[in-house]
Write a protein that binds this ligand. Structure first.
Ligand SMILES: C[S@@+](CC[C@H](N)C(=O)[O-])C[C@H]1O[C@@H](n2cnc3c(N)ncnc32)[C@H](O)[C@@H]1O
Length: 227
């Protein structure tokens, strides 16, 4: 249906409508998180945004988070592999990445990440045996999954990770559980308290730290989870 609308619509108008989608709709207009907005992960504009969005905040912080870690690490929903290249200076880390978008994984290949370190897959069904990695992390990703997807992905990351799993995402500035907001990339804008039990069901120790990433309605939070 969307494809048909796109074909019938003049390109300029389609682009204008796409930009308008980026404006946050009022909560009443937000749909139920029945499905993820996945098509934008095959969009060149999104791929470009993934080259810069975490500069000076989340991407600096992951370097501190991983500073004392040694061994194999899985970047879940790694996108274009930007964070993997940022961490590639750390000789003690063997970096692997996976993402649902073959287009974004292609970009990771183009930046020189070896094919055998990358997989196209759904994070809710990770194609790795139990305890395959010493550590795992995700940045700016889980909040875009459905609620069921979040629970499955966390359980999958706990399954494939031996030691610690670290996750950064926006949490609500209001500290209220605002639910699923329909934006360019729809996402859950919820309090840290909404997230903690989801991690705690799978990890023995969960700690929350502030990230310096922020926007008008959200502030970044890190969830550092240990078995
Ligand atoms: C906002 S991007 C963040 C990418 C990267 N972590 C970064 O820091 O730039 C969200 C990523 O989640 C990926 N993604 C979304 N749903 C997924 C799923 N169910 N399984 C695996 N990857 C998924 C998208 O393809 C996209 O690369």
């Amino acid at each position: 249906m969307k494809e048909l609308a796109r074909n019938l619509c003049p390109p300029v108008l389609w682009r204008a409508m796409s930009s308008a989608r980026r404006v946050l709709l009022p909560p009443k207009a937000a749909g139920h998180p029945g499905g993820q907005d996945l098509e934008l992960y095959w969009d060149e504009e999104m791929a470009q945004m993934l080259e810069t969005w975490g500069d000076g905040n989340a991407w600096s912080e992951i370097q501190f988070v991983m500073a004392n870690c040694k061994g194999s690490v899985l970047d879940v929903a790694c996108g274009t592999g930007k964070v993997m290249s940022i961490l590639s200076d750390a000789p003690a880390l063997e970096l692997h990445g996976c993402d649902i978008s073959d287009m974004l994984i292609g970009k990771a290949r183009e930046r020189g990440i070896a094919q055998d370190r990358l997989k196209v897959c759904d994070a809710t069904q990770l194609p790795y045996p139990d305890n395959s990695f010493d550590f795992s992390y995700s940045i700016g990703s889980l909040e875009h999954f459905t609620e069921d997807g979040i629970d499955k992905a966390i359980s999958e990351m706990a399954r494939v990770t031996r030691t610690g799993s670290f996750h950064m995402m926006p949490t609500s500035r209001s500290l209220r559980d605002e639910g699923w907001l329909k934006t360019y990339q729809s996402f859950h804008n919820c309090s840290p308290g909404w997230w903690v039990p989801r991690f705690a069901r799978n990890f023995g120790d969960v700690r929350v730290f502030s990230s310096s990433w922020e926007d008008p309605i959200s502030v970044g939070s890190w969830f550092l989870c240990w078995h």
